[in-house]
Design a protein around this ligand. Structure first.
Ligand code: B12
Length: 521
């Protein structure tokens, strides 16, 4: 008999971004509803609830709860563990299952932190099986993807389910949080494919899906995608963010884009779309048709302006692909944000110079500041490589701060200098670009105003970057630290002035920036 409710929740991360819809728990809810379970979503990030508030909401219903499902990833691990502890201290019989990227890569740590079960990988099938077992008071030890600690105190990680190739069979996300999303002028998120055929050494997505057998990239049909867009459009949604790792991958070619745009036009849907796309997948016809379909903006993982660095990262896109893609984005007038990784362990001075020249050439692309570094996430091939080489300074699963030292001494000094610089004004930088990169549902004119400030900030960055490269050219090295301290002090007033202007733009557009200073730098 189905008499108890499942609560799905996700906690607020410490983040420099404004909150966004969590498609993961919405997909899980829809699958559970199909199996006739009662499900409530508590999205703490979107609703700005702290751990205490979520705890109280859960405890109020404690006797009517089948289990709690927590979606956790690297930046909300800490509050997740706090919630597990509080719930277990109050009632050790409350059943807690954790899923998402966090538990997939740190299964043992989540179990040791008190979760009864973790579910690795895609969760739609396994959460339904878990729910059925708990509902029938059976142990879920046969459920695929599950992890648990057995009676002998041994951690058990079950085999992984083969990836579901029929994405059209999944019910659409439940959209419980739609009104909050729209009130915040945040975009409504959609995902039209799963996986990525790329092989970038730093990316968690590849490692996540490759834990399971099955196709590395799967797509929904055009009809199924446009059906969902149409439902959202009829509900008044004007901006949709496609969170596919690359909107173009697998079988999606020029013809697919043409058919996709035709279908959108045929149904007279007028939505503005933002997506992510790989540079090696971009060509003229694809960008032409995607514009026709409603795309106005893309994030593109350019990552670097030096071929040697791109090769090291195992990027499929070459420097020539990157340049061609950026030229085409410009030709079609897309707002483009380039993902960037300036520093990695083996960065050389010459590569930094190449990057400077590249950034000057493609100065129209939005970046998140001049400083960026390769993050070594658990489960990635980069992390494995660094661990094997003994060059990883291991972090713990709460902070996920795996670190490594940059090989080249001069580059390391430039790294520290740029990091200090960016840290000194990262909040204003993030605040300026967030409406463009999230992006917010604001007019084209408002976007242009934010964009102009982003470009102004970038110009300052490039001036500084050039100065540092010149100073560091003399390898005897002047005191870069002293230089940057003085430079930051001199520029303080300038950044305060920009901050005031950007705050006015927020007010004018009824936007709120309640994110925090970037915890990653
Ligand atoms: C959209 C997105 C965001 C949104 C957040 C939306 C949100 N509220 O979740 C934004 C843009 C804000 C964002 C931010 C960040 N993101 Co992000 N993001 C994504 C992206 C592109 C899509 C996520 C998505 O919607 N997927 C679709 C849904 C259906 O999948 P899902 O959420 O994974 O859920 C499924 C499973 O994980 C599982 N599952 C999830 N939860 C649960 C819970 C239970 C109980 C169970 C059983 C199963 C389960 O089942 C779900 C259905 O199959 C992914 C890449 C990707 N392909 O996943 C990166 C990704 C998740 N992000 C990543 C990162 C690094 C970040 C940032 C840290 C980046 C940064 N430096 O700022 C920040 C930090 C997060 C934050 N909140 O501050 C990494 C995560 C790496 C890691 N090891 O944790 C990813 C994988 C990108 C990458 N290439 O490495 N992100």
């Amino acid at each position: 008999m189905l008499k108890k409710k499942i609560i799905l929740t996700t906690l607020s991360p410490k983040s420099h971004r404004t909150s966004e819809e969590n498609l993961g728990i919405e997909y899980l809810k829809s699958s559970l509803l199909k199996e006739h379970f009662e499900v409530e979503i508590i999205d703490a990030w979107l609703n700005e609830y702290d751990v205490e508030t979520v705890y109280e909401k859960i405890i109020k219903e404690k006797d009517n709860i089948l289990f709690i499902g927590i979606s956790s990833y690297m930046s909300n691990t800490k509050p997740t563990v706090e919630l597990i502890n509080k719930l277990k201290e109050t009632d050790s019989n409350i059943i807690i299952a954790c899923g998402g990227f966090g538990p997939t890569f740190y299964p043992i740590d989540y179990l040791k932190a008190g979760a009864d079960y973790i579910l690795r990988g895609e969760g739609e099938k396994s959460i339904c099986e878990l729910a059925k077992c708990i509902n029938e008071s059976q142990t879920p030890y046969e459920v695929k993807n599950i992890g648990y600690i057995d009676k002998e105190n041994k951690v058990k990680l079950n085999d992984m389910e083969c990836l579901n190739n029929d994405l059209d069979s999944l019910p659409f996300p439940s959209r419980d949080t739609m009104s909050v999303v729209l009130n915040k002028k945040s975009t409504v998120n959609m995902i039209t494919s799963r996986g990525c055929s790329g092989n970038c050494e730093f990316c968690s997505v590849i490692s996540f899906f490759r834990l399971s057998d099955g196709k590395i990239w799967r797509t929904r049909s055009i009809k199924n995608i446009v059906d969902e867009i149409e439902i959202l459009y009829k509900q008044g949604v004007k901006y949709i963010k496609m969170v596919d790792d690359s909107f173009i991958d697998g079988i999606r070619d020029e013809k697919w884009c043409e058919e996709f745009a035709d279908e959108i036009e045929r149904r007279n849907i007028k939505v503005k779309l933002r997506g992510q796309i790989r540079a090696d997948k971009v060509n003229d016809s694809i960008l032409f048709n995607l514009k026709r379909a409603g795309f106005f903006s893309f994030a593109c993982g350019i990552e670097n302006g030096s071929q040697t660095a791109l090769t090291r990262m195992n990027k499929k896109a070459t420097l020539a692909d990157n340049k061609k893609a950026l030229d085409l984005f410009k030709k079609y007038g897309y707002i483009i944000q380039m993902g960037y990784i300036l520093f990695d362990k083996e960065t050389t001075y010459e590569e930094l110079v190449e990057n400077y020249n590249f950034m000057v050439e493609y100065d129209f692309a939005i970046t998140k500041g001049i400083f960026s570094e390769m993050f070594s996430a658990e489960g990635t091939s980069l992390n494995k490589k660094l661990r094997e080489e003994n060059s990883l300074q291991e972090g713990d699963f709460i902070t996920n701060n795996n670190k490594y030292k940059i090989d080249d001494e001069v580059v390391n000094k430039i790294y520290l200098c740029l990091k200090k610089w960016h840290k000194s004004h990262s909040k204003i930088y993030d605040m300026t670009i967030d409406p463009l990169t999230a992006p917010k549902a604001i007019s084209k004119e408002a976007m242009k105003e934010f964009y102009d400030y982003a470009m102004e900030l970038k110009r300052e960055d490039l001036i500084l970057f050039k100065k540092i490269l010149m100073l560091a050219k003399d390898k005897s090295l002047i005191n870069l630290d002293q230089f940057i301290n003085e430079y930051i002090l001199n520029k303080k007033g300038y950044y305060e002035m920009i901050e005031e202007k950007v705050k006015k733009l927020y007010k004018k557009n009824e936007l709120f920036y309640n994110a925090q200073t970037n915890p990653f730098i």
